[in-house]
Design a protein around this ligand. Structure first.
Ligand code: ADP
Length: 395
């Protein structure tokens, strides 16, 4: 009887899930995505080859997260046939300062993770909901929580601080960093590229976008801070913003916390600047001057932040592109690289167009690479590690 891990990545309006093999490379036997929770719920199920094997749509009324989780579990059971799920791994956005590595979920751990919800109110409750549902439905099933913040706990304490009064730092107002599962996966790939000890900046450029400075496979600094709204310009998030702008908008437009939240998370970034789309493919396909302008600002912010992270590393040996834009958009990679000439980067146009492996030219002082990320595979790998080492933290 075949055995699988159920890997779940539940967001604010979508749930990604997959049945993964229980040993390296932890390939997905089946991947599902339920999108549009609250607006136009839609499921797509793909097989190992990426072919769509099932699509389903539901009316939005009454289709909430609980329902989506129920549908996910029903589909999973249907798909399993004779096989069985032996453990579940979950992406959990926030592990606070305590969880510097993945952890086996116990009732006490679940309470501690729920207590972190105020640090990530848009994500944490959704991440925890499928864990709770599985506790109810399959209490014997081992579950492992894997954190987007954990990889960054290797940063020096100073790097994790804001210049705020000490009592606020002590209350947890710190730079946590995110996209950690993606960066950790990339870190596992660096030795194979001869970059084990190199000073590397990884550019995770997707709908959410951030950079991570790494050395020796550890996070040294990153562009995201207290929330996933900091740093680079993103699909719909503005990235780093003078805090004075927020105060000005409260005073001049009477905006409250919820309005500012909508502004910085949902209405800004590529979408807000272009007025056209948050999707890089749509902007690349557009002839509008606003689309070109939004991309130019996106790239400019990357240039600025690469400079900052190169300083944090004391120099730079390699630049790695990953995630939707980083892996697929040769034009963005070329534009980013053009602004890194001062760091010694020369791209090889043909290799960049091919978009796999090394894309810098022979003799380029700074090397550049495209490395596809695999957050789900990283979660599956953590499930094995945690369950084999019994690494549950004490309650
Ligand atoms: P998420 O952060 O939601 O996981 P992804 O990593 O899937 O996002 O990245 C989504 C982004 O990648 C979108 O802006 C999308 O347009 C972009 N993208 C995906 N494929 C391509 C492509 N072939 N060319 C340009 N951009 C692409």
């Amino acid at each position: 009887m075949a055995e699988f891990f159920l890997v779940v990545n539940a967001g604010s309006s979508s749930i990604k899930f997959g049945l993964h093999e229980t040993s390296a490379p932890f390939a997905a036997h089946l991947r599902g995505l339920i999108e549009g929770i609250g607006t136009a719920p839609h499921l797509r199920l793909r097989d190992a080859a990426g072919e769509t094997v099932l699509e389903r749509r539901w009316a939005p009324e009454g289709f909430d997260h609980a329902r989506a989780i129920g549908e996910m579990l029903a589909l999973e059971r249907e798909a399993l046939g004779d096989s069985r799920v032996v453990a579940a791994g979950h992406r959990v956005v926030h592990g606070g300062l305590d969880f510097a590595r993945p952890v086996r979920v116990t009732p006490g751990i679940l309470d501690r993770l729920a207590a972190l919800s105020p640090l990530a109110p848009l994500h944490q409750p959704h991440n925890l909901a499928p864990i709770r549902a599985l506790v109810e439905l399959a209490p014997e099933l081992p579950q492992v929580a894997c954190f987007d913040t954990a990889f960054h706990r290797s940063q020096a304490p100073l790097v994790q601080e804001f210049a705020l009064p000490r009592r606020m730092t002590e209350a947890g107002i710190r730079r946590y960093g995110f996209h950690g599962l993606s960066y950790e996966y990339i870190a596992t790939q660096l030795p194979g590229l001869g970059l084990a000890q190199a000073r590397v900046i990884v550019a995770h450029l997707g709908n959410g976008a951030s950079l991570c400075a790494m050395q020796g496979g550890r996070s040294v600094a990153s562009t995201m801070g207290f929330t996933a709204a900091d740093g680079l310009m993103m699909g719909t998030r503005c990235g780093a913003l003078d805090p004075g702008v927020l105060i000005h908008l409260m005073d001049s437009e009477g905006m409250d916390a919820r309005a500012l939240e909508a502004l910085i998370y949902k209405e800004s970034g590529l979408l807000g600047v272009s007025g056209i789309s948050s999707d890089m493919r749509a902007l690349r396909a557009s002839d509008a001057v606003e689309a070109r302008h939004a991309i130019a600002l996106f790239v400019h912010r990357i240039h600025r932040e690469i400079g900052s992270l190169a300083a944090a590393l004391g120099g730079l040996d390699a630049l790695v592109f990953t995630a939707g834009i980083g892996e697929n958009d040769a034009a963005t990679r070329a534009e980013v690289a053009a602004g890194c000439a001062w760091l010694g980067l020369t791209l090889d146009a043909a290799r960049n167009a091919a978009g796999e492996g090394r894309i810098s030219a022979e003799g380029s002082r700074l090397s550049a690479w495209v490395v596809p990320t695999d957050e789900e595979g990283m979660i599956a790998r953590h499930v094995v590690e945690v369950l084999s080492q019994g690494m549950a933290l004490p309650d």
